[in-house]
Design a protein around this ligand. Structure first.
Ligand SMILES: Cc1cc2nc3c(=O)[nH]c(=O)nc-3n(C[C@H](O)[C@H](O)[C@H](O)COP(=O)(O)O)c2cc1C
Length: 184
């Protein structure tokens, strides 16, 4: 497979989101055959099952982008020891109507950065539970629980020197995982 599309779902809407910065920085480390694109989740309505028959344009767009992707990359904040509601909302939207989930079978990576020392570990574990139910195979190792510290990003927004080897190893392993599991 030569042109591998990755849909990146960032679990934070904050303007200066660390997780969005991480998603941008990771994209720069991806192998050249990967095209990595963030999907918009901030304009989705709150999920309401009544709307399944008539989804909004934002929902249709989200489902189309997930369906077109070979792989998924979740880069999420941790809110109160779980995933942010905006991320769960997006996941719920693209999982419905029943039997028409856009997620099933898409290989995924899960990563995140937080200000806390546990580095989104609880959010990631909750997300893994959800993705297991949605039949999304998730890269197991290496795990990446990142605490925000000075130097995580350099002046250009790339991964800083202290974390570069780790992050390059992570993205290389993730890329191989996607190649192995992606259905073309
Ligand atoms: C509602 C809320 C709940 C939070 N809960 C946690 C938490 O459980 N664990 C943690 O490490 N940080 C927590 N934080 C702090 C986040 O790690 C921090 O705000 C981080 O910058 C969020 O990611 P972002 O920069 O991508 O928006 C919380 C922040 C908010 C706003």
């Amino acid at each position: 497979m030569n042109n591998i599309h990755i849909a990146v779902i960032v679990g934070s809407l904050r303007r200066d989101s660390l997780n969005r910065q991480l998603a941008n920085a990771i994209a720069k480390l991806a192998p050249p055959e990967f095209s990595v694109k963030q999907v918009e989740i901030g304009d989705l309505p709150l999920y309401n099952q009544d709307d399944d028959a008539n989804p909004s344009a934002a929902v249709t767009r989200l489902k189309g982008e997930i369906a077109a992707a070979h792989g998924l990359l979740f880069v999420t904040a941790e809110y109160n020891r779980s995933i942010p509601g905006v991320l769960k909302n997006a996941i719920d939207h693209a999982s419905r109507p029943y039997g028409h989930s856009a997620w099933a079978g898409k290989p995924a990576g899960v990563i995140g950065v937080s200000v806390g020392a546990a580095g989104t570990s609880m959010a990631q574990q909750h997300l893994r539970n959800i993705l297991a139910y949605l039949d999304v195979p998730v890269l197991g190792q290496p795990e990446a629980f990142i605490q925000a510290k000075d130097g995580l990003f350099d002046q250009d927004g790339a991964i800083g020197a202290g974390s570069k080897v780790f992050m390059q190893t992570w993205i290389n392993t993730y890329a191989n995982w996607v190649k192995h599991h992606a259905v073309s």
